[in-house]
Design a protein around this ligand. Sequence first.
Ligand SMILES: [Zn+2]
Length: 125
Amino acid sequence: MSHQRTHRYCGGKGEVPRTSGMPGYCFGCEGTGKITVYTAAEKAARQAKRERWESARALVEKHARTVQAPEGVRALVFRHEVVAGFDTLGEREPQRMEKLYASLDAGRIDDVVYALYEYRQSTAA
Ligand SMILES: [Zn+2]
């Protein structure tokens, strides 16, 4: 299990003295005074998750070049919007990423690419 410990750099205060002598924000612990220590297994899991994300993103981006963009949408814009859709989904609804990965694994890459494009259109302000 991960656990929290006091950030040694700032001594748990969450702030560090600036050159002016006034207290400044401690970026190392994001001002909380604590940092999270992960076990080796947790680090490996986080690494695997990051790699999964990156490979899925690369696959989607590459595949978006090969599918037909919707009528009236330039290919370059389409690709950009698909990748933006991927990023937006990951930021706003990370719990849906597992389903996306499963669809990619099942070979439904076209569906994922179009769904990400649609998602992007529905979320873009
Ligand atoms: Zn700190």
